[in-house]
Design a protein around this ligand. Sequence first.
Ligand SMILES: Cc1cc2nc3c(=O)[nH]c(=O)nc-3n(C[C@H](O)[C@H](O)[C@H](O)COP(=O)(O)OP(=O)(O)OC[C@H]3O[C@@H](n4cnc5c(N)ncnc54)[C@H](O)[C@@H]3O)c2cc1C
Length: 318
Amino acid sequence: MSEVSHWSGRMGKRPDVIVVGAGVIGLTLGVCLAEQGWRVQLRTRSAPAATTSAVASAMVGPNFAPRDDPVGIWARVGIEEFTALAGVAGSGVALRRGRLVSRRAGLPLPGRQPCSAAELPAGFAAGFWEKLPLVDMPLYLDYLAQRLAVAGGRMEQAEVDSLTELAEQAPVIANCTGLGARELVPDPSVRPVRGQQVIVDNPGLEEFFISAPFEPAWTAYWPYPDHVILGSSQAEDDERMEPDPALSEDILRRCIEVEPRLRHARVRGHQVGLRPVRPSVRLEAEHIGDARCVHNYGHGGSGVTLSWGCAREAAALL
Ligand SMILES: Cc1cc2nc3c(=O)[nH]c(=O)nc-3n(C[C@H](O)[C@H](O)[C@H](O)COP(=O)(O)OP(=O)(O)OC[C@H]3O[C@@H](n4cnc5c(N)ncnc54)[C@H](O)[C@@H]3O)c2cc1C
């Protein structure tokens, strides 16, 4: 669990920037700014381990967006950064090979190794292999929190009720509140999309598997050294945080069909997260009172992938 300490008196000065949110978006921006020499205070309602970010699977990529699309640019930065982080001990990041498959037949993707017929499980028509970073999010959020602390940033656990009031406390503020932006901004275009996953002991899997199209439920699993995350589901505007036992059963059944070694894996637990979905990511600066505010929220189901690209662009905006 990350340490959430009280900033304030130690440096005895007003922070240069207050970042609201300690999910992957706020922590990454906090790290970028602190490493550039800003006095960063991060303010958060929940500790990093209790955020949506902590329950992400989390696969970085793949990136199918056009080269000049902002999402494509942010994702490319993310794949590069996380690929480099895979070589950093304690970051929780590892490069893994896996299959991305579809129930629909499609043309082979240029530059990608297609799956042979024998590599496609029953019911899947096409697919390809890819090597991507997989991020063990609880470990990675701890790593980011430590990196922030080393760069002089401080974290304070407190609710922010108003950006206008916050703007009186620092010359620059950053709004990285994910779904919380719905009430804080307020921005009703941010909506929850519930995802549920099952965590089991790893019976020896090394490769990930993910299927399309993303319907209310789809088959996917992501292996980590000692556990595997099985997924996944999406339900718009469903904010129930209790795992649904029938959905967990369905997730297990579908994953076992593809990978029989999961049949006897001990179930460690079930987790639910609400993806902060918005028609597009909000990454822009505005003035609130005397302060400059950068908004960085609404990353939907790709916040980990987009975190470094968005943080670098937000830092540049400031
Ligand atoms: C099941 C699931 C699987 C996923 N898999 C992937 C994946 O494979 N790859 C990928 O890239 N992404 C994935 N995602 C998406 C990713 O998890 C999110 O896009 C990302 O976590 C969003 O990060 P965030 O920092 O914006 O939000 P959060 O992690 O929700 O953090 C928001 C922060 O803001 C704080 N906050 C909110 N309101 C206030 C307030 N008023 N005052 C103070 N603090 C406040 C919260 O306490 C929290 O610290 C997945 C998500 C889910 C649910």
